[in-house]
Design a protein around this ligand. Structure first.
Ligand SMILES: Cc1ncc(C[n+]2csc(CCOP(=O)(O)OP(=O)(O)O)c2C)c(N)n1
Length: 659
């Protein structure tokens, strides 16, 4: 292995050596602990340390690094206290996740590190988000994110690179090419020869380094980082290396040809660098002993402290509360009584515009939302007022854009992401349910993102532009879900969603956009998230509903003058207003839950179960539900109307009162 020290001082060379030695020695200890059953799992980075060390040393300490499962060296080089690191591995409270996540699945803003989630690829877009926040606030900072060669097969890799390229984001994408993804060798993972070939495909630079040569990694990354800071743009670095142990310790390496192991063993990054430094007389054998002794002491002390700590005890209230960033909503009333007539679509636009005025750190992202104004024209004229930096046209990369929202939150910026249609959220689903929703619970990082979801049927738009998918998110702890049914709520709930530091899925019904108007307050105001609204009062039954259901219920009740109903508009689905539900059940004793979403697995099932469990004594009839058919949303108008519940509603109401 050839080392070129260029003009680097002995001091730097020694620092690199010491930094390289640390993760190696910790790992050797971890392997012993694993054998003794004292830790549960270990993903070894032995043989790959030079990439973590060279990269981390090349960056400034306040530049974010997003490591993967073999990047222990990032944590040790950023001086994460060993006792906390070991406590984290053991699931203890003084780790970084209150015992809620394992190994390297954590971030620490104190050290400017954002850890991975198991899904690997989502990490890459989070780096884009941090870089975008830096760019928008004029901070000349690089952001560095790792991926394995296997993880790079995920669509997330493509999306993150593509967005970074289009937006000139200062992100260094380091691909650790270690030849395998679990047991799958590169030739079964991809066909191209080198990740460097991907650069031109994205219109960005790409460079290959010997990932086992710490000096080469350090020097290359240092220059790249300087370059990226000065002239923001993304770059791919392919670091060639090899995984010397199993995917994780239990899985072994039987499938790896012996010759490959032998070949790469000769390239060990630590041994080779040590030999070089000895030969160059930068260090002596005595220095090595000294380093080892000091590191061993740090490890022993860290372990002792971690072991001395008790295992955490569970407290249900705390576990539940920590799914969300603490926030007590202060409901804002409009400052004057001035009102004007606004359509539902204008009310959303109004709320969004006023929120952009209120929060200079708020950025809106979505497809065609800039000059074009979005397909529903909600952001029309916004670019002129707020500029292209804050009103951002995005490529068709839902997953990356939502992940970018999380990255922006890490830098304390708010974002609203517009799905062109709620249906397309499937392409960003993983980021929402696994990254945004779980981030606060896992490591205390809130995701200050609102996802706007033009939803619903009734406009003959077919199976992929009409779906109701609120139930997917209703089932996901960590999210909030709101669903306004009228212009006043649309504005107030959007402003409230943007104020809330938690991820909020905001449903807006396309059918209502231009069909419903009302006099609404001109001033900024918010509506309480989690609070239902009793829109009509009656005595014979309660219809609990939201969205279009509110309008269907009102309309159908008009055709039944002999009956009167409480119509309860939930407005918020997560959390939903149990008090209001209980109150109406106690009042009328007969309940129908109505929603546009399909019956099976719709949120009506949950509300019905809750009523049975908590209000059973107040019921004079079983809780009934009416909902769409359990089919996809059909295109042709007659089929679509048959799919929707409205046509069946009258009979259901009669069934309920006659029970
Ligand atoms: C979406 C997803 N699919 C599969 C896995 C299981 N898995 C974890 S790591 C891994 C291999 C990753 O290979 P690579 O990215 O090359 O990193 P390496 O482990 O080689 O460092 C696999 C298949 C996962 N965690 N997430």
């Amino acid at each position: 292995m050839h080392f070129d020290r260029k003009n680097y001082s002995d001091k730097i060379l020694k620092e690199l050596y010491e930094a390289l030695l640390r993760p190696r020695m910790i790992e050797e200890k971890m392997l012993i602990l694993l054998r003794q059953g004292k830790i549960s799992k270990w993903f070894s980075g032995i043989g790959q340390e030079a990439i973590s060390i060279g990269s981390t040393k090349a960056l400034e300490n306040d530049e974010y690094i997003l490591p993967m499962h073999r990047n222990l060296g990032v944590f040790t080089t950023r001086d994460v206290p060993y006792s906390r690191l070991f406590a984290q591995f053991q699931g203890k409270l003084s780790g970084f996740t209150n015992g809620r996540d394992r190994s390297f699945h954590f971030g620490t803003n104190d050290h400017h590190i954002v850890g991975m989630i198991s899904h690997l690829g989502p990490q890459l877009a989070v780096a884009d988000g941090i870089a975008l926040a830096n760019q928008l606030t004029n901070q000349k900072k690089a952001t560095l994110v790792f991926t394995g060669d296997g993880g790079a097969s995920e669509g997330d890799f493509h999306e993150a690179l593509n967005v970074a390229a289009v937006w000139d984001l200062p992100v260094i994408f380091v691909v650790e090419n270690n030849g395998y993804g679990l047991s799958t060798p590169s030739n079964e993972q991809f066909r191209f020869k080198s990740f460097v070939d991907k650069g031109p495909g994205y219109g960005i630079d790409a460079i290959k380094v010997d990932g086992n040569n710490v000096l080469e990694v350090y020097d290359t990354l240092k220059q790249l980082a300087e370059n990226v800071r000065r002239n923001p743009h993304p770059v791919i670095v392919e670091a060639m290396t090899f995984r010397m142990r199993g995917h994780e310790e239990a899985s072994g390496t039987k499938y790896v040809p012996k010759e490959l192991m032998e070949k790469w063993a000769k390239k060990d990054p630590l041994e080779n660098y040590e030999k070089y430094l000895l030969k160059e007389k930068v260090i002596t054998e005595a220095d090595i002993k000294k380093y080892r002794k000091a590191i061993q002491k740090d490890i022993d002390e860290g372990l002792e402290k971690a072991y001395a700590e008790e295992m955490p005890q569970a407290t249900t209230d705390k576990e539940l509360a920590d799914m969300y960033a603490p926030f007590v909503q202060e409901v804002k009333s409009p400052s004057t009584e001035t009102k004007s007539t606004k359509r539902y679509v204008d009310a959303i636009s109004d709320g969004l515009r006023q929120s952009l005025e209120k929060y200079p750190e708020l950025v809106v992202m979505g497809q065609d939302i800039a000059e074009y104004g979005g397909v529903f024209k909600i952001t029309e004229g916004f670019v002129d007022k707020f500029g292209k930096g804050r009103i951002r046209n995005t490529p068709l990369c839902e997953s990356a854009i939502i992940g970018i929202g999380l990255g922006m939150s890490i830098k304390k910026q708010k974002s609203v992401v517009e799905m062109q249609f709620a249906d397309f959220v499937t392409c960003g689903f993983n980021q929402i349910v696994n990254n945004l929703a779980k981030s606060h619970y896992r490591w205390g990082q809130n995701a200050d993102v609102v996802v706007r979801m033009p939803t619903g049927a009734g406009v003959a738009a077919g199976p992929f532009h009409s779906q109701s998918n609120e139930a997917w998110f209703f089932h996901t702890p960590g999210l909030k879900v709101v669903y306004p049914s009228n212009p006043a709520d649309a504005k107030g709930l959007l402003c409230a969603a943007i104020e809330d530091p938690n991820p909020v899925i905001y449903f807006e019904h396309k059918f209502l956009y231009r069909s419903l108007s009302d006099d609404i307050h001109d001033d900024y105001y918010t509506i309480e998230i989690g609070k239902a609204n009793l829109v009509e009062e009656g005595t014979d039954l309660s219809i609990i509903t939201y969205g279009m259901g509110v309008h269907w219920a009102k309309e159908v009740m008009q055709t039944l003058p002999e009956l009167s109903a409480d119509i309860l508009d939930l407005r918020s689905l997560l959390p939903w207003d149990k008090e209001a539900v209980e109150a109406t059940v106690k009042k009328t004793n007969r309940v129908l839950i109505l929603h546009e979403d399909c019956m099976t697995g719709g949120i009506g099932g949950e509300i019905s179960a809750w009523i049975s469990e908590h209000c059973f004594r107040h019921l004079d009839a079983p809780v009934l539900r009416e909902a769409s058919l359990d089919t996809a949303v059909p295109f042709s108008p007659a089929l679509e109307q048959n799919f929707l519940p409205k046509g069946r509603l009258k009979q259901k109401i009669k069934d309920l009162v006659e029970f």
